[in-house]
Design a protein around this ligand. Structure first.
Ligand SMILES: C[S@@+](CC[C@H](N)C(=O)[O-])C[C@H]1O[C@@H](n2cnc3c(N)ncnc32)[C@H](O)[C@@H]1O
Length: 224
């Protein structure tokens, strides 16, 4: 009994996570309202999942670091919803409930490895909310050749950093374009990101011809 009372509850965590960053708010806004299960993959602090849980869904937290899952186990999250595993080779099982997989805050190369592990068990109406923090061109190349389709793509600027975000699934309409921009909404975050990428690829192009195409592409987005 005493042990139970000492365990922080989900409500305690809700209080801790009220001030969500713009990045996390945007990730959460991509999660489909009718999702019954949400996987917070590579969850670390678990803030994304804890907020997805706020709406009453089942949320499963997965991370490969034991101290992280131990910390979550000290809350009232059911132990069956805390998984200590490598998401790139964890044995995900198919189910009939609409499921959302959130994959954010990790590198693009690892993201692709994890996507390759998830794609085979996806149902038609499942979704993946993806926001890698680097190697976006590599991720786009993979996505453009995979069976995943995209319903939504956005760029956000949060605390001086830019984040590309994708809402993916096998049941959506659009193929992911290896070159970005097609589905972006025109707002100040998007325009700042395009300018940032133009500056980045201008420097790269000075050293190698291989970036001329992508530089031209970003310039064309700005003039569109
Ligand atoms: C920077 S945190 C991201 C936290 C959260 N997803 C976010 O976007 O704020 C990265 C987390 O990914 C976990 N991680 C890295 N590789 C992993 C893997 N292969 N399987 C599971 N967790 C992994 C790390 O232990 C770390 O907790």
């Amino acid at each position: 009994m005493i042990e139970n009372m000492a365990r922080p509850t989900i409500i305690f965590y809700k209080l801790c996570v009220q001030n969500l960053t713009k990045r996390i708010q945007k990730i959460l806004s991509f999660v489909s309202v009718d999702s019954k299960i949400v996987w917070d993959l590579c969850c670390d602090h678990g803030i994304i999942g804890l907020n997805a849980k706020y709406t009453g869904r089942r949320v499963i937290f997965l991370d490969q670091v034991e101290s992280i899952t131990d910390k979550l186990a000290g809350t009232d999250i059911p132990s069956s919803d805390i998984v200590l595993a490598n998401a790139a080779n964890y044995n995900f099982t198919k189910n009939n409930l609409k499921t959302t997989y959130i994959l954010a805050g990790i590198g693009g190369i690892l993201s692709v490895d994890i996507l390759k592990n998830i794609i085979p068990i996806l149902n038609f109406n499942d979704q993946i909310v993806l926001s890698p923090h680097n190697s976006i061109a590599y991720v786009r190349d993979f996505l453009s050749q995979s069976k995943l389709r995209v319903s939504l793509e956005e760029v956000i600027e949060d605390n001086g950093q830019f984040y590309e975000m994708f809402c993916l699934g096998t049941g959506y309409k659009y193929t992911v374009n290896p070159l970005p921009g097609e589905l972006w909404t025109c707002n100040s975050d998007t325009i700042n990101y395009i300018k940032d990428q133009i500056a980045y690829y201008t420097v790269k192009s000075a050293h190698s011809d291989q970036y001329a195409g992508v530089l031209r592409h970003f310039k064309s987005l700005l003039s569109a």
